[in-house]
Write a protein of this length. Structure first.
Length: 386
């Protein structure tokens, strides 16, 4: 296990408390809107949505949408991180994360009669007949995090069987994840590779760290990263103003396990391009891009220090500070609407719209701000600490 050698950003005591309050409120958005018997959605108890978070909420119309596999995963990881940071005061967040995990488990197919189905996660509900495998990988990352925190073997088993399905079916002979898999047709939608799909490699990195099994590298992370290197040059310009869904962090994980100059150079270029695209107010082009980029910058800084490389880190640290200053500006602080309170507005590039409270910005910002405030103890979207 690599040594954690960096602390949180340099903050005054007041700034640190402000950041932690931001995280508490973001977490409260999940807690206040989670479906449970005490506060059932629509006033209807005995629901199959037990433990489910909101995906988004539109304050003007009151319209809501329930979360799916990757959103449950992000919420679980964020709540577990905050619970650890708050110690005994984090028990409500820990309880909420475990309830969310039960809904996440309900999405997994355990019918062993067909290996094309067994272990897969459904996208939204237990009836959804398809999955974006990259989304499912985030759900499996949450299972890894749950196992890391509890040592309950069921969580590790769930992550393993999904990863096995991912290698066997989603990747298959192409050794690269398909865009979509349809369970009703037993059919994969395979298009040209896109950089964001490589973010699934982080699931294999975590499983290798937890189990020591090299097959997760040999059959999962390494093939993905080989394709990532091949397509990076022709995709770089396109992704300069788009999020990469944590692909650069997965690439850094691969570099941490094995020196790869070409792969590291791809990450360096990605870091440079995201810093160049950041606005002076801290926002970035793309959905919740400042927090995805910010977590990449955090990992890159720690990687450089751990390897004693000569990269200049001041630009990354300044980018992190700007993103941390931007996050509170899009958080709803009016307590009169419980569906909005504590959540962040999202689904717009540079965060310019105030139309939708969205879990994407809320969850990613929660994890990013915790990492910024408390340092490397936050292991979600972190290649260190595993």
């Amino acid at each position: 296990m690599e040594k954690n050698i960096t602390a949180g950003m340099k903050m005054t005591p007041k700034q640190r408390e402000q950041a932690l309050e931001f995280c508490r409120l973001a977490a409260d958005w999940y807690l206040n809107n989670q479906n449970n018997e005490r506060r059932p959605w629509g006033g209807i108890g005995n629901s199959a949505d037990q433990g489910r978070f909101l995906y988004q909420y539109t304050p003007v119309t009151g319209e809501c949408r329930g979360n799916g596999v990757w959103g449950q995963g992000v919420g679980i990881m964020g709540l577990l991180a905050l619970a650890k940071r708050l110690d005994w005061a984090g028990e409500p967040h820990r309880t909420s994360a475990f309830a969310a995990a039960k809904y996440l488990m309900s999405l997994q197919i355990l019918d062993a009669r067909d290996e094309r189905l067994f272990g897969a996660l459904r996208e939204g509900t237990p009836q959804t007949p398809w999955i974006f495998p990259r989304d499912g990988a985030t759900g499996a990352m949450a299972f890894c995090q749950l196992y890391r925190e509890t040592k309950e073997e069921e969580y590790l088993y769930r992550a393993r069987i999904f990863a096995d399905w991912f290698i066997r079916v989603a990747m298959g002979k192409k050794a690269w994840p398909c865009w979509t898999y349809h369970f009703d047709k037993l059919e994969a939608d395979r298009r040209d590779p896109a950089l964001w799909q490589a973010g699934a490699g982080l699931m294999f990195y975590y499983l290798h760290r937890l189990t020591g099994e090299k097959r997760y590298l040999r059959e999962g992370l390494q093939p993905i990263m080989e394709t990532y290197k091949k397509i990076y040059d022709k995709s770089e310009e396109e992704y300069a103003t788009r999020t990469d869904d944590f692909a650069a962090i997965a690439a850094l994980g691969a570099c941490l396990l094995k020196d790869d100059r070409k792969l590291l150079e791809c990450v360096r270029r990605r870091v440079k391009s995201t810093l160049a695209s950041q606005d002076a107010d801290g926002s970035c082009p793309g959905l919740a891009a400042e927090y995805i980029a910010g977590l990449t910058w955090h990992n890159f800084c720690q990687f450089v220090r751990s390897r004693k490389l000569k990269d200049r880190l001041a630009p990354c640290e300044q980018g992190i500070a700007r993103a941390a200053a931007f996050a509170p500006t899009i958080q709803e602080r009016d307590p009169r609407d419980i569906r909005a309170y504590g959540g962040l507005y999202g689904q717009s590039t540079f965060g310019v719209s105030r139309g939708i409270i969205h879990h994407r910005t809320t969850g990613y910002a929660l994890i990013f701000m915790l990492r910024t405030e408390s340092g490397t103890g936050v292991t979600a979207y972190n290649i260190f600490g595993w």
